[in-house]
Design a binder for this molecule. Structure first.
Ligand code: NAI
Length: 281
């Protein structure tokens, strides 16, 4: 029975997952190496909850109670939980090192879930002290709103691990979908051409990115590909494109775009840096 969830990484996804978990009565430990990111996450959550209060979707007392269920920490020794969900940088060696550090400070039954968008969960699990307690728990952005959670199983994950993650997702009012570990899992595999074909059109000068977004939104997509990449983070989207491309044997149709690389090199990562394809205040 999960009572305390430790969420690692207070960026775009970690802060959103932390808020969603606290809204569903879990005690949350939000851990980040950067105290600045923790502060930013707290401010963003307070502002989100304030908006819900203004819209009469939440009482002010309930909003304060949600925040009080979250501990903001930058010391790994404070990360004692029943379930760990990591949402840190998309680099396998950093995720592995973090899980192994957390295994040392936690009790022997703790479950390790990774929110990775595209890394092989099996490869991560192989390098963890207890591979049977590792699985993917892939939320979508923003986690406070999006219902889908891909629960990614590996050949090592045991039933109890998967059951813990599925039950926790349900308690967070999410819809867990089981899938086996594969490049991009389900959504990031199917959606890759949405971004890459749009980038190709812009690259070839067929039209500009604003026109592509406007047209696709007019046909019913909630967000055009460029607006969506800015929401996801251009660094994350580029890392996912590279991972899926490499893992599938570098098919030409899935080749990452030089525009993506350029955005990352310029630090134009999207909403989180105030500039991506669009500018944000
Ligand atoms: P982000 O760049 O917004 O945040 C990452 C955070 O991790 C930063 O606050 C950073 O300080 C922290 N961090 C880095 N190394 C750390 C360490 N060793 N220990 C503790 N904290 C550390 O990244 P974002 O977008 O939140 O992505 C995080 C993970 O979630 C990635 O694996 C990504 O693939 C996945 N993901 C991202 C989605 C998105 O739309 N951005 C959607 C679903 C999954």
């Amino acid at each position: 029975m999960v009572q305390t969830i430790c969420i690692c990484g207070a960026g775009t996804m970690g802060s959103s997952i932390a808020q969603a978990a606290a809204q569903h009565n879990f005690h949350v430990i939000l851990y980040d190496v950067s105290t600045g990111m923790l502060e930013k996450a707290r401010t963003a959550m307070e502002s989100n909850l304030q908006t819900l209060v203004q819209k009469n979707k939440l009482t002010a007392e309930a909003g304060s109670a949600i925040i009080s269920r979250i501990q903001f920490v930058s010391d790994i020794n404070d990360c004692l939980a029943d379930l760990v969900i990591e949402a840190i940088v998309e680099k396998p060696e950093v995720k592995v090192a973090l899980f192994n550090q957390l295994a040392e400070v936690n009790h022997s039954e703790v479950v390790f879930a990774t929110n990775t968008s595209s890394l092989s969960v099996t490869e991560i699990a192989k390098k963890i002290i207890h591979p049977e307690r590792v699985a993917g728990m892939h939320f979508f952005n923003p986690a406070t709103i999006m219902k889908l959670v891909e629960v990614v199983t590996t050949p090592f994950s045991n039933e109890q691990t998967i059951e813990t993650i599925v039950q926790t997702a349900r308690q967070m009012d999410k819809t867990p979908v089981l899938c086996q570990d594969a490049p991009g899992f389900i959504v990031n595999h199917v959606a890759r051409p949405y971004y890459l074909e749009a980038l190709k059109l812009a690259e070839q000068g067929v039209t500009d990115f604003q026109t592509i977004d406007t047209l696709l939104e007019a046909t019913g997509f909630k967000m055009g590909p460029f607006r969506l990449m800015d929401l996801i983070g251009n660094d994350i989207n580029y890392a996912v494109s590279c991972q899926v491309y490499d893992a599938l044997g570098k098919p030409e149709r899935l080749q990452p775009s030089p525009i993506q690389q350029e955005k990352v090199e310029k630090g134009e990562l999207g909403r989180k840096t105030g500039k991506g394809y669009y500018e944000y205040s």
